[in-house]
Design a protein around this ligand. Structure first.
Ligand code: SF4
Length: 300
């Protein structure tokens, strides 16, 4: 068979499902390539992670006998078959983005069910182990971990141990759940070679639990190479006021974290929220001007 792949999002991030489909088809002896208009295909996979707000759909190709669409951008009920899900990804499909870097999940699902997030609906309302690190890592210098809520998984201490034993630089790309931090798991995180670590403070109603966890991290955790304890995602434009946004940003900064503004429904967000993101997420600007209301966007 000749297989064509289309990464509909086309963002600066490798599509894990397409890399696994490529690996599986190559293992069956099929020819796999990025789809192009002058090819002839037995099957074309179109994969789309983001919804229409961030990633508009594209027309279906005409030069394919069969088209299979998948990814959260096309709905929450499509999943790869087990034999594809657990194959070592074909990183050669994205040679630049995967140079010395492995991507994958050790756990899926999350018990929280935050109303703005699709994880619990798509992957289930519990964090469960889905792989050992060796399933998708073979000695690359860097690991990009995509788990939505690693600390909520019962086996998280073992999985943190696997990450530490790898000796690779680990980027926890999603927010670790700071409400689940303990002195013990902070110690296990500290044994990992940390490239980036992120937490999240999304709801004001969760402030006490979030702050308790972050204080625990300050007490037992290590600072990163920028002299901070890590980044904390601050969700805006969802159910918080500007005053509450600034309260979270200033509190995190004073505790030694880097606040990082995330905007819900960004294309329709008010200008003030976009300016807040521009000010806060640019570290040079943020350090040079500590007061948002004195931030001059023409200069910053
Ligand atoms: S804790 Fe994170 S992964 Fe879990 S539902 Fe909330 S936003 Fe999603």
């Amino acid at each position: 068979m000749t297989i064509g792949l289309i990464d509909v999002d086309g963002h600066n991030w490798p599509n894990l499902a397409l890399m696994k489909l490529s690996a599986w088809h190559k293992a069956q002896g099929d020819a796999v390539e990025w789809w192009w208009g002058f090819g002839e295909y037995d099957r074309v996979y179109m994969s789309k992670v983001f919804d229409e707000t961030y990633s508009p759909d594209i027309p279906e190709p005409l030069n394919a006998r069969e088209i299979i669409k998948g990814g959260t951008g096309y709905g929450l009920d499509n999943h790869l078959p087990d034999e594809v899900e657990h194959i070592y990804p074909d990183y050669s499909m994205y040679p630049e983005l995967t140079r010395e870097t492995a991507y994958g999940f050790l756990t899926r699902g999350c018990p929280r069910g935050c109303s703005f997030c699709i994880v619990a609906r798509k992957e289930g309302r519990a964090a469960r182990k889905v792989a050992d690190l060796s399933e998708w890592w073979r000695g690359q210098k860097e690991i990009k971990l995509l788990d939505p809520n690693l600390l909520a998984c019962r086996e998280h201490m073992d999985l943190l141990g696997q990450l530490a034993d790898s000796g690779a630089w680990v980027d926890f790309t999603q927010g670790l759940d700071c409400r689940l931090l303990t002195a013990e798991n902070i110690g296990a995180i500290g044994a990992v070679r940390l490239k980036e670590i992120h937490f999240a403070w999304d709801y004001m109603a969760e402030s006490d639990a979030v702050l308790r966890g972050l204080r625990r991290y300050v007490e037992h955790g290590k600072k990163n190479r920028h002299g901070k304890f890590g980044s904390v995602y601050v969700l805006t434009n969802y159910d918080t006021t500007m005053e509450e946004n600034l309260y979270r940003i200033y509190t995190l900064r004073d505790m030694g974290f880097d606040p990082y503004v995330m905007i819900y429904d960004k294309p329709n967000a008010p200008r003030e929220i976009r300016l807040l993101q521009r000010w806060c997420n640019n570290r040079l600007v943020f350090r040079a001007e500590p007061d948002f209301y004195k931030f001059d966007p023409k200069r910053g």
